[in-house]
Design a protein around this ligand. Structure first.
Ligand code: FES
Length: 87
């Protein structure tokens, strides 16, 4: 799997941006609040905006989300590990 980063400062991937938009993020301030994208140097703001509705990559967001239905992951803790300090 190749991961493309949209926001290098905060290590936010294209996939994370696409998922946030699919879950209702509608503008850059939503992406900033949900992911932290464009909250450091701001160089990624224009690219992130292109994934929003009406943007250059908006069609890719729709196609990606249509091809990958929501998944549910269930996990069970089978054991715990006790950590002790050794003097
Ligand atoms: S690259 Fe996103 S804030 Fe710097």
């Amino acid at each position: 799997m190749i991961r493309m980063y949209i926001c290098v400062c905060n290590a936010i991937s294209e996939r994370q941006v696409q998922e946030a938009i699919a879950q209702g993020a509608g503008d850059l301030s939503d992406l900033q609040a949900q992911l932290g994208v464009a909250t450091c140097c701001g160089q990624c703001a224009e690219t992130a905006t292109e994934y929003l509705p009406g943007g250059r990559y908006a069609a890719e967001v729709a196609a990606t989300n249509a091809a990958q239905p929501q998944r549910t992951v269930e996990a069970t803790l089978l054991s715990s590990v006790e950590v002790r300090r050794v003097a």
